[in-house]
Write a protein that binds this ligand. Structure first.
Ligand code: UDP
Ligand code: MG
Length: 318
């Protein structure tokens, strides 16, 4: 029998786990042609998430878990999941039931038809602010313009991946991960299915804007790319101010004449070029910062515990 891993990154999800398990159970009992593994990645939760998972495992041997040594973020949690998943196919599911497990049988059907990556595209997104929807739409559009690789808009991480996609993803070990881009980048046979995204079943989203801003700040202060970042922002600021100033000087000169010959044009050019230079140095800095992070060549994560077994140091899985 083929084994299907349901990969669930979970960070402080104590409120939804019971409900999630029940919904999954119903779906799995109907798809009785397959063996299932429910693989929870506990991403350093501070609530009872891990205890609840351990309780589940006592009564249901299909439940496995990887307990990360701290909170690494969803992207890294997923890559831990790819390393530890045993299935012939892996289905990535959010713990909060925003991705309905009832879609799983349809995904499996397409997988049987020979598709390697069956991804669920959101037809609607209930319970999310217009700003989140708007910014996400803009983000996808801009990203698509910048690359030749076809991206899947309005698609989250909810998808079924064949073993060979998982093997491909396991070879990508970069530390600053954007997994959605990787799904597109690896290619293979893709199939789209549509669904209506539900609001969270319970608990809170981990990505409110305040937290995102906090995270950005933490990133700036804890790494040494700090001066490079500053030049980007400063460059944008100076360029913008110089532009506004330029318009003002042109206007002033046309209507009131020049006080000192050549001064306005010189001032505008100096300021404008200065801003542009700072901006481009900043952009180079952004990339240099990424290179810096990758050359450190650190492991992506550390595992505290895998199915009640304490893990020593880094266990390289691939
Ligand atoms: N998550 C995680 N680590 C984190 C943040 C989130 O593993 O640091 C998990 C979370 O438990 C959930 C999924 O990632 O299963 C999506 O998170 P969330 O629902 O908060 O994000 P949203 O749906 O609001 O984008
Ligand atoms: Mg969610």
């Amino acid at each position: 029998m083929k084994l299907i891993t349901i990969l669930i990154p979970a960070y402080n999800e104590e409120d939804v786990l019971e409900q999630l398990y029940e919904r999954l159970n119903t779906v799995m009992s109907r798809a009785d042609k397959y063996d299932f593994e429910i693989l929870f990645i506990n991403d350093g939760s501070k609530d009872r998430t891990l205890e609840i998972i351990k309780e589940m495992r006592k009564t249901d041997p299909r439940v496995s878990f990887v307990d990360l040594s701290r909170n690494f973020g969803k992207e890294t949690a997923m890559s831990a999941g790819f390393d530890y998943a045993r299935g012939d196919a892996v289905i990535i599911l959010d713990a909060d039931l925003q991705d309905p497990p009832e879609l799983i049988p349809e995904m499996i059907n397409y997988w049987e038809d020979g598709y390697d990556d069956v991804y669920a595209k959101r037809r609607t997104r209930e319970g999310e602010s217009w700003f989140k929807k708007w910014s996400s739409a803009k983000f996808y559009k801009t990203l698509q313009k910048s690359t030749r690789i076809p991206l899947q808009a309005d698609t989250g991480d909810f998808r079924l991946l064949d073993r060979r996609c998982i093997e491909a993803l396991k070879t990508i070990r970069e530390t600053q991960r954007y997994t959605k881009g990787m799904f597109s980048w690896i290619g293979y046979n893709k199939k789209e299915i549509l669904f209506d995204r539900n609001p969270r079943a319970a608990g809170e989203t981990k990505w409110n804007y305040w937290k995102l801003a906090e995270l950005a700040l933490e990133g700036i202060t804890s790494f040494t790319t700090f001066p490079l970042r500053i030049s980007t922002f400063f460059g944008v600021f100076v360029s913008l101010s110089a532009f506004i100033y330029m318009i003002w000087i042109i206007f002033k000169t046309l209507y009131f004449g020049e006080s000192v010959a050549g001064y306005p044009s010189m001032m505008v050019i100096i300021l404008f070029l200065g801003g542009v230079q700072l901006l481009t140095i900043g952009i180079i800095g952004e990339y240099l910062g990424r290179v810096f992070n990758e050359t450190k060549n650190r492991p992506l994560y550390f595992v505290d515990e895998y199915n009640e077994e304490k893990v020593q140091g880094q266990r390289d899985r691939f």
